[in-house]
Write a protein that binds this ligand. Structure first.
Ligand code: ADP
Length: 152
């Protein structure tokens, strides 16, 4: 049996949106397993706690046995190695994402030479969704349910 092709989808997911969901649902058809990795950054205060986010993501993908969620601290490339992932999965919305992702992908490959980043171009109807905009809308008491695959 060839080794399992595991992809790590890393991010802050604060919160996890329908845009992120779309990347996971498409990614799970390309890889044997997709691990959603919530990166913990002690310097940054979260809007939605890691515990609540983990719960919501678990519920979202309960029907799929090749999708799971983990939290991690430290370098993404090191965490990928720990879970046996040879691929990072990322979404690209626009050229701003590209500029950033391009350098991060090169650095990650320098840290872990077995790690390739695979980009999926965002579904156009979801490309405008960003975690920061969802946070802003929610903070001011408006409904964000159309942007999220679960209730916040
Ligand atoms: P980070 O803090 O690492 O940028 P995010 O949680 O903001 O983490 O995003 C994680 C990944 O999801 C990134 O690759 C980002 O480009 C992608 N992404 C963010 N929003 C969307 C969206 N609406 N559609 C598809 N991909 C998205």
């Amino acid at each position: 049996m060839p080794p399992k092709r595991i992809a790590l989808f890393p991010g802050s997911f604060d919160p996890f949106t329908k845009g992120h969901e779309d990347i996971v649902l498409r990614g799970r058809l390309l890889f044997d397993e997709v691990v959603i990795g919530i990166g913990q950054n002690s310097q940054k205060q979260r809007y939605v706690s890691i515990e609540q986010m983990t719960d919501c993501i678990n519920k979202t993908f309960a029907a799929y046995d090749n999708v799971r969620v983990e939290t991690f601290k430290g370098l993404t490339a090191v965490f990928a190695e720990t879970i046996g992932a040879n691929y990072l999965l990322r979404g690209l919305r626009n050229t701003t994402d590209f500029e950033y992702e391009n350098s991060i992908a090169q650095i990650n490959r320098n840290v872990n030479k077995n790690l390739d980043t695979v980009f999926l171009i965002t579904a156009p109807e979801l490309a405008y969704i960003s975690s920061s905009v969802v946070r802003d809308i929610h903070k001011y008491g408006k409904s964000v349910s159309e942007y999220l695959p679960y209730e916040l």
